[in-house]
Design a protein around this ligand. Sequence first.
Ligand code: FAD
Length: 664
Amino acid sequence: MTQVERQAWDVVVIGAGGAGLRAAIEAREQGMRCAVICKSLFGKAHTVMAEGGIAASMGNVNAGDNWQVHFRDTMRGGKFLNHWRMAELHAQEAPDRVWELETWGALFDRTPDGRISQRNFGGHEYPRLAHVGDRTGLELIRTLQQKIVSLQQEDKAETGDYEARLKVFQECTVTRIVKDAAGERVAGVFGYERESGRFFAIEAPAVVLATGGIGKSFKVTSNSWEYTGDGHALALLAGAPLINMEFVQFHPTGMVWPPSVKGILVTESVRGDGGVLRNSDGKRFMFDYIPDVFKEKYAQSEDEGDRWYEDPDHNRRPPELLPRDEVARAINAEVKAGRGSPHGGVFLDVSTRMPAEVITRRLPSMHHQFKELADVDITAEPMEVGPTCHYVMGGVDVDPDTAAASGVPGLFAAGEVAGGMHGSNRLGGNSLSDLLVFGRRAGLHAARYAQETAASGTRPVPDDAQLDLAAAEALRPFSAEDVEVPSAVSAGSAGSAAEQPPSPAENPYTLHQELQQTMNDLVGIIRRAGEMEDALHRLAALRVRARRAGVEGHRQFNPGWHLAIDLRNMLLVSECVARAALERTESRGGHTRDDYPEMDREWRRVNLVCRLSDPSAGLAAPTDPGRGQIRLERRETPPIRPDLLNLFEKDELVKYLTDEELTQ
Ligand code: FAD
């Protein structure tokens, strides 16, 4: 078989964003030898792009804040579909994780009296986002990297080797979780080095998925190239289910012009710091879009909204700060009604709201981004913005306390790849805190699990047959023309299996584009049953064609090969999103159905669970790739603990819970 380099570690963390690095630090501090693998350069994870801040109820700017208020806001933002225990742990532990970062060298912006400053963000009742200008993610990653280097220095002093207990394998892509010969426990991972194309296997009893999101399955997105849903797909293929996959967040404000930068994020801090949204008539239209469930909490006039920035205790917040799903839908509706900006967005203005000096100090990246990419000076003119695919609420079904993936011993997940925490919609700032809270927990419990296997002498060994199949799967794009494909695929349907003359290999880049366009057009911000059914047909056809995604040349420096490999993951997660979105016949959070516009309390009790339809196929290629690969199950959401329900007024709960739940 193809040469595979092998190493043995205690814990493998896939992903070097906030969740992965926090997990790795914890595993190493528990005494485990930990390997971190990342697709891009160390330090270039998605987390580094986070702009607005990290949500934690430290109460530095408004003493009224505490974890209970944060918990309430998070549940409201997720329209009560969040796993309550995750939302509770997150709200309780986020302040400690922020303090911890400062003890490791982070330096957040300060209040005048020297405390960590906190800014307003959509859906948060109080100013809650600790921040470093609009470059918070950069500071977070820089600090975690610095902590890793300091641990490596300790290891060097003790063992003579910097990488004795903590090693980063950068520019390496994992393509498979490998199990033991019984196919039960996780035993390691298989992957390739992106530059050389060399294969490697790392044996480890515990693997933490921290691979981020799926945004690259959509055409207009704030996400960068790594977000191809790898961790979601790796979990599915290893036998772990995904939940909440119908909930994809479309951030209301991405750049819309010029076309080359369409989708790049315009941080919510612009609105948090006073930016307003206007349509082509100059109207602040968000006042027309306050939904009933939020009516009492938001200003009813521009004057009240403006006064809130100075006197939040006696005024209500402006509706520009509604949760993201509400604002994205409102912008979409304005553009559709013909009141959009010249390039198909709406106007976001800070220039008339703050002095130029304040704008450049508080929003330096936004000022730079618009000047460089669109030749717009945001201190003097409004920005044009529109919705962009930003974040996936759905992910690996995990145990809230331990981050263990359900049903697969040895597999853990944290950060954007994990599901449950944010329910149907994530509040801004709640991701960075999620990464640290659950990254730490995943690292801790992965380390404990690895310790237990070592203590009991039951360390699993990767199955060689699985490694061989993983290598063969990765090599397939080099012999794509040999793959037989059922016919009728080129006509856009995967239905028939009749033989046709061999067709040439497919271009992986073209397949990526067609997939992204399909998801954008048919499973995007506003969804309809017919369109989603159409999307599922197209995905089936793409899946068949992807079997013939071919590349020329060698494994060295071959980006076309990397694209071909990513396709499997993108197709799997896209099918999850489309199937779950079709099944959920209501509108909630990030999932908006044109044909079912109301939120339905009965659906709050349901989690849609995605599993591989033929788990026994394991590593073997699907016999009929035209058939769906995902099976949906309905699962009842766990009942919310009564003391947590008591944090809400009954009048509010009535909007979300069924009569039966309220009686109980
Ligand atoms: P990432 O940081 O994306 O890390 C994923 C890692 O996995 C990377 O190292 C990647 O290389 C690696 N990886 C992926 N697949 C593989 C594979 N197959 N093999 C090996 N490695 C792999 N959230 C907030 O809370 N506040 C904000 O202000 C904020 N601003 C944002 C701004 C932008 C522009 C964007 C895009 C997001 C923002 N978010 C914000 C969301 C937040 O940044 C992300 O949800 C979060 O950073 C995800 O972190 P993570 O650790 O889960 O994954």
